[in-house]
Design a protein around this ligand. Sequence first.
Ligand code: RIB
Length: 310
Amino acid sequence: MEKKKILVIGSLNIDMVINVDHTPVTGETILSDHMAMVPGGKGANQACAAGCLGADVVMLGAVGEDAYADMQRESLGKAGVDVSYLVRKQDVSTGLAVVTVNRDGDNSIVVISGANMALTPADIDANESLIRECELVILQLEIPLDTVCYAAKRAKELGKKVVLDPAPVPNDFPEELYQYVDIIKPNETELARLTGMGSGDADIAPAASLLRGRGVKNVLVTLGEKGVYLDSEECGRCMIPAHKVRAVDTTAAGDSFTAALAMMLMQGKDIREAAEFANCVSAIVVTREGAQSSIPTLEEVIKYREGLAS
Ligand code: RIB
């Protein structure tokens, strides 16, 4: 059976991962004894996860003319992602991210955007055939907002499903974007920023409902160790509990969730079933270090699920 293609339009970074005891507060200097450079970037992590899980996936994004671009090509290529449409930009370096991971596995991230911010609506036009050939487009917000809006609009006009991971939430989130998005997947912090509401347990359902009111049919809020909240036209409202695992590094958990969700939707699953599967993928990701290096294969997820059932 022919697989339905997923197109990821977004960022590619090389992550400088620094392990720390605790996340430094303003004005604090702390020491670390471990640093690693690994392929990351929300877009690239999503493409990598979709590839590892066996999806037919192509990535459109921008890189520099440097060795970091080659690292990304190699990592994504190994995962089965079609990287032939990565756009090489001159005079700018591939995106970089400084990721601190604390002893609880929680991270904080600063991205130096580099080439990611050079991906323009003209690049979307030049690669419109990719949108035509796919069924679903995944976007995040580490590339220019006008490019995201343009890509989402074109995808919608061409009848494609659009999934938005609204990370990071900018100060000037473009309200017009909502009308092009079928599924939005913020975490609790992003949900609070998007809606102006709080991020306490009692705020999640009303804030998700507020996003529904802005025209998005499906809202999925990833809540870390609490699980995932779903508010959807198709499956109603429910809470999908998290799996109890020992988290060592939460980097790419949300990205893998988005990709796994998309992969299952392309197999005809409903959004609740897809989210339950994606929840398993994220549970595995947080038990491993790094971004793309932490993503499981489909076989590993199947084994994990069998373990849950027994
Ligand atoms: O979501 C995790 C990713 O965010 C990291 O890999 C980093 O590159 C940033 O884009």
